[in-house]
Design a protein around this ligand. Structure first.
Ligand code: 9D3
Length: 251
């Protein structure tokens, strides 16, 4: 069991932030169960001068500070010693490819990964060239650092590992809505603030409920995330359900 745990190494100037987030929820439970291992390395612990310097001013001028090659390389090196052989180093930065479920599934099949979270303006490009196998971004918005992005990757990967989620949650992953947005959800009461639960969900007709949910998932994906629908190739049934949705919604 401990032999097959996925190992996450995290290089961070804020190790306490990473470890605190990792105590809770699905990731915390996976850690307690021995399904994942977390190792945090702080470049500051690998700085060679008395001031424990990890950053310096950018060559060429400009705002902010740049993380230095040596302390980051040393932190990565120390994590490589603790992790299984062959773990890729994944840098989190706005310059990366956008992280997605396919990348999460890829990482879930590896013995581990080393996540490199930056702070300040960035990391010396030569460190990225020598040590980083790929860079990933969460999307086109500005974070203050890579830690929260690293935790997002760890969360997305961890929940894919066998034994982490209960059976009922795992079943949801295998459901028909793969690649689509979720259908709308309702719970008691049947009427709240003037809104009724759609009648079909109260009908007990499981085939009709499944059909309605498929239709809603398709319709919402079409309206909110047409980019998702373009990646899928809709079959005849899906095409018909989407047409029905659009007629019903007046689009
Ligand atoms: C405001 C500073 N920006 C100058 C144009 C550059 C910049 C440097 C460092 C912007 C953000 C960051 C810190 N961000 C991350 O480390 C980060 C991130 C993000 O900001 N957005 C989306 N995904 C990610 S992954 C890591």
């Amino acid at each position: 069991m401990g032999l097959t745990a996925v190992h996450f190494g995290i290089v961070s100037l804020m190790p306490e932030l990473v470890l605190q987030v990792a105590m809770h929820g699905v990731v915390g439970r996976a850690k307690d169960l021995g399904l994942i291992e977390l190792c945090v390395g702080n470049p500051r612990d690998h700085a060679s001068d008395v001031h424990q310097t990890v950053d310096d001013r950018p060559y060429g001028g400009g705002p902010g500070m740049v993380l230095k090659y040596a302390p980051v390389a040393a932190a990565i090196g120390a994590l490589r010693e603790k992790l299984p052989a062959g773990c890729p180093v994944v840098g989190l930065s706005p310059q990366g490819q956008v992280f997605d479920q396919a990348r999460a599934e890829h990482f879930a099949a590896l013995p581990g990964i080393i996540l490199l979270s930056g702070r300040y303006e960035g990391i010396d490009e030569r460190l990225l060239i020598d040590q980083v196998d790929e860079e990933l971004s969460l999307g086109d918005f500005v974070l203050s650092g890579g830690e929260i992005a690293a935790m997002a990757v760890i969360d997305a990967v961890t929940r894919l590992l066998p034994g982490v989620l209960g059976d009922s949650d795992s079943a949801v992953q295998d459901s028909f809505v793969h690649g689509l947005l979720d259908y709308p959800h309702y719970t008691r009461p049947e009427r709240v603030a003037g809104h009724d639960v759609p009648a079909v969900l109260l009908s007990g007709d499981h085939a009709a409920i499944l059909r309605w949910r498929k239709k809603q998932a398709l319709g919402r994906s079409y309206l909110r995330r047409p980019d998702l629908l373009e990646k899928l190739k809709l079959d005849r049934e899906q095409r018909a359900l989407l047409d029905e949705f659009l007629k019903e919604s007046g689009s």
